[in-house]
Each structure stands twice: as structure tokens, then as C-alpha cells.
Ligand binder design. Structure first.
Ligand code: GAP
Length: 445
């Protein structure tokens, strides 16, 4: 399917206009591939993270939560293979000084050879042979900027889990099989970032590492693949836009025995937004070797000792937010006019309802305010009394607010209000003092 750049342009513009996503440091011209979340975006992402945490940690007895630090001992990254293996081959143009991935489809010819042509300045023979470039961000710990003080910003949250696996196991008195879940920032000095928030240099991951007995990893891998797809269905993402892709031998990461991507059909094509990986005993064995600390598990029933295998589920919070924004974006014709609507699942919508007095007189604003104050103690709601009611509905459609509550002349008399459904546009009359339970039922979906 051809890339639908038009939809992306409209989405990026709506995201900025309505306060979902802004470019980082915009007043200084922006910082490449770093983004900030505005008032609506932060709610959307927070709702996604909370839903993930609830399903992984609160609803399961066999998974514990963790919040490990971003900075870790540099040996972690030697053990994990990220210093040696987390690289992209890059070529430089000696003429215009631009840098490209060696597999950039715009490069004509073989980099390093006289026939190769720079895709930016067009010079021939100026591209260097590919060199490996590490994607980890480096910084220095303490006052002296020397090699011994180098630390890295973590490129994945998973390692914080592996180095804490025994601590968590002992503190929680879990037994294998069990998991550890974490949400946190990760950083990668990506060379070809782009497509809005799809590939960024700073992002958040929601990762869960499930520790199992070797030999049972295949079953658990299938279990977690199915669970994760179900979770995305539960967000209301259109099923036909989701699929699995199994990694080929060439695609497998250095740690993986088997891996599936969950892919979404973005307007710019099918791309990964979650990975389910069978990491075998690679990580724990390497940490045992590099730290000199025993990381074996003693099975209390059989007295067997083994290094657990790990089945990992790793999903980007930002990339999932982009998936739900792309999936929610619709242009519809209503009564001869185009309306733009973000059809978010009500449970993750940034705002749950908006309250409108039909007109700013005859007791309507006072009643609407009372209803708003009552609702805001339970849900994130919005009050809007400016412009025609039609315009106010449209504004909330763009924000993806599932319910619009209007206080009209009848409300002042009998205490009922109309509740408009964002998707069906149907309106029902509900008693004002029943709104909390009415919305609560609808939002539980
Ligand atoms: N611990 C395994 C791991 O990090 P990954 O496939 O490299 O695996 C997992 O990353 C997920 O993290 C991706 O599916 C994506 O959602 C998110 N992610 C990775 N790199 C990203 C980037 N540069 N920008 C935004 N999200 C990213």
C-alpha cells in the first residue's frame, strides 16, 4: 500500500494544534527526533501506561513491578552485548559531511567505491566504506570527563530487570515461572529517525521479562504472544491493521533465540511497535559471567539448579500512543460537513467527557458548573461554554472525548442532561445526579 503522507501530515498538525505532541525545544528550531507531550498527549500516554501496568502487574500474581535507574554500571552493557553489538553500519559523505545508514535505499552504487553517489549533495566517490556506529548515548559520571568515567543512557529497560532478578525473587518470594515488569525511558542515538514519534532518540518502553524453566520457554513464548495481541485488541485497535512478523535469522537480535514483532499498518506502512522475544539464558548467563555472581535458581521442589530462560514482551509507550492516534484518526461526513474525530477507546481517551451549558444564561452555567465539579472528582473532564454548541462538539471530537454533556433549558427544570455519544452521535437524557455511575459503567468497557 502506498504511504499515505497526507494522513500523517494532518495527524501531526492536529497533534500540535490540539496539544497532543509538540516538537522538543521548538522555539529554538526543535531538537531532532525528540518530542514533548502536551495536555492531551500526556493523558493519553499515561492512560496507556496505567492500563499496561494494571494488566501486567496488578492483575497477575506472578509478575512484580520494578523501577530501575537509567544509569547503570558500564559493565552491564559489556555483558548485555550492547557495546559490541548494538551498532548500525554508517557511511559519511566527505564532501557534504552528511551521514547515512549503509543500507539507505537512496544511495546509488557501493559506498567506499568511486561509483557511489551521495544522496544529498550528489557527489560521486565521496562516500566512505561502512563503519560501525554504536547507538548508545554516552555521558560522564562525576566531574572528570575521561574514559574511566563513561556511563551510558540505557538503550532498553530490560537490563535493569536482569541485574535485579535475584533481588526481586528473594524480596517477593516468587517462584519460577514469574515475571518482572517495568516502564521507563530508554535512549538510542538513532541515525534514521523520523515519521513523527515513530523512531525517536528518547522514548519510553513498557517491558516485562518472564523467567521460566529451560524447556518450557516455547510454551510461554506462545502464551505471551497471544496475550499481547489480545491486549492491543482490547485497546480497540482495528484487527485488520495488526499482524505478527517472525524475525528471520538475519533479523534476530544478538540475544534472541526466536522473536516476533507485532506490527501495525501505519499510514507509512507496516511497522513493528512491540517485540516478543525468547532471550534464552543469554542475559542472565552473561551477567553471571561478567559479575562473577551466581544467578542460578534453585528449584525448591526438585532441588535442580538452572539459569532461567527469559521470555520478553517489549512495547514502546510512545509508539503505542502513535498507533492509537493513527488508528483513531477519522474524517467523516456529518450532515454534509466533514468532521475530524479521534475515535479513542473511552478507557484511554485523554478526556472522558465535556460539559456544556447550551447558553450562558437562565441558570444553565450554574448547573453545568455543579455537574462539572462533581464529575471532575471521578474523571478527567472538560468545561466549555464558548462558541456554538456545534463547534464545541467538533472541538471535543478532535480531542477524542467520548461523551458530551449538555445542560439545556429542560435541565434547569428537571435536572436531566443530554449525553452525546462521540461515535454514534446519538443523544440520551440522563438524570444529572446519575452521571457519575452512568459514565463509570460506559468507561469500564
Ligand atoms: N528489550 C528489547 C528491545 O528493546 P526493541 O525491539 O529494540 O527490543 C522494543 O524495542 C520496542 O521499543 C519497539 O517495538 C518500539 O515500540 C520501542 N522502540 C525501540 N526503539 C525505539 C525508538 N527509537 N523510538 C521509539 N520507540 C522505540
Amino acid at each position: 500500500m502506498p504511504a499515505d503522507n497526507n494522513v500523517m501530515e494532518k495527524l501531526v498538525s492536529l497533534a500540535k494544534r490540539r496539544g497532543f505532541v509538540f516538537q522538543s525545544s521548538e522555539i529554538y528550531g526543535g531538537l531532532g527526533s525528540v518530542w514533548d507531550y502536551g495536555p492531551l498527549g500526556v493523558e493519553l500516554k499515561k492512560n496507556l501506561k496505567e492500563r499496561w501496568w494494571r494488566s501486567m502487574v496488578h492483575e497477575r500474581e506472578d509478575i512484580e513491578g520494578l523501577d530501575a535507574a537509567i544509569l547503570m554500571h558500564p559493565k552491564v552493557w559489556e555483558a548485555s552485548g550492547h557495546i559490541a553489538g548494538f551498532t548500525d553500519p554508517l557511511v559519511d559523505c566527505k564532501h557534504c559531511k552528511n551521514r547515512f545508514r549503509a543500507d539507505d535505499p537512496r544511495i546509488k552504487g557501493t559506498p567506499g567505491q568511486p561509483d557511489a553517489q551521495c544522496p544529498v549533495c550528489g557527489s560521486r566517490g565521496t562516500l566512505t566504506a561502512p563503519r560501525l556506529f554504536n547507538l548508545m548515548f554516552k555521558t560522564f559520571m562525576g566531574p572528570v570527563e575521561e574514559a574511566a568515567a563513561v556511563v551510558y543512557l540505557r538503550p532498553e529497560t530490560a537490563q535493569g530487570i536482569y541485574v535485579n532478578y535475584l533481588n526481586v525473587l528473594q524480596a517477593s518470594r516468587q517462584k519460577i515461572p514469574f515475571g518482572i515488569a517495568q516502564i521507563g525511558k530508554a535512549f538510542r542515538n538513532e541515525i534514521t529517525p523520523g515519521n513523527f514519534t515513530f523512531r525517536t532518540r528518547e522514548f519510553e518502553q513498557m517491558e516485562m521479562q518472564f523467567f521460566v524453566k529451560p524447556g518450557t520457554d516455547g510454551e510461554w513464548f506462545e502464551f505471551w504472544k497471544a496475550q499481547r495481541m489480545e491486549w492491543h485488541y482490547g485497546l480497540g485497535i482495528r484487527r485488520e491493521k495488526l499482524r505478527f512478523h517472525q524475525h528471520t535469522k538475519e533479523e534476530l537480535a544478538h540475544y534472541a533465540k526466536d522473536a516476533y514483532d507485532l506490527e501495525y499498518e501505519f499510514p507509512f506502512g507496516w511497522h513493528e511497535f512491540e517485540g516478543v522475544h525468547n532471550r534464552s539464558d543469554f542475559d542472565l548467563s552473561r551477567h553471571q559471567q561478567f559479575s562473577g555472581k551466581k544467578l542460578e535458581y534453585l528449584d525448591p521442589a526438585t532441588k535442580e539448579r538452572f539459569i532461567p530462560y527469559v521470555v520478553e514482551t517489549s512495547v514502546g509507550a510512545d509508539r503505542t500512543a502513535l498507533v492509537v492516534m493513527c488508528d483513531a484518526y477519522r474524517e467523516e461526513t456529518v450532515e454534509g460537513e466533514t468532521r475530524v474525530v479521534m475515535r479513542f477507546h473511552p478507557a484511554i481517551a485523554p478526556l472522558k467527557a465535556a460539559v456544556f451549558p447550551l447558553v450562558n444564561k437562565d441558570g444553565m452555567p450554574e448547573l453545568a458548573r455543579r455537574i462539572f465539579d462533581d464529575l471532575r472528582r471521578h474523571f478527567n473532564v472538560f468545561y466549555d461554554d464558548s462558541g456554538s454548541i456545534g463547534r464545541r462538539y467538533r472541538r471535543q471530537d478532535e480531542a477524542g472525548t467520548p461523551y458530551g454533556i449538555t445542560v439545556d433549558g429542560q435541565s434547569v427544570g428537571d435536572g436531566t442532561v443530554t449525553v452525546r455519544d462521540r461515535d454514534t452521535l446519538l443523544q440520551e437524557r440522563v438524570a444529572g445526579d446519575r452521571l457519575v455511575s452512568h459514565l463509570g459503567d460506559k468507561l469500564k468497557m
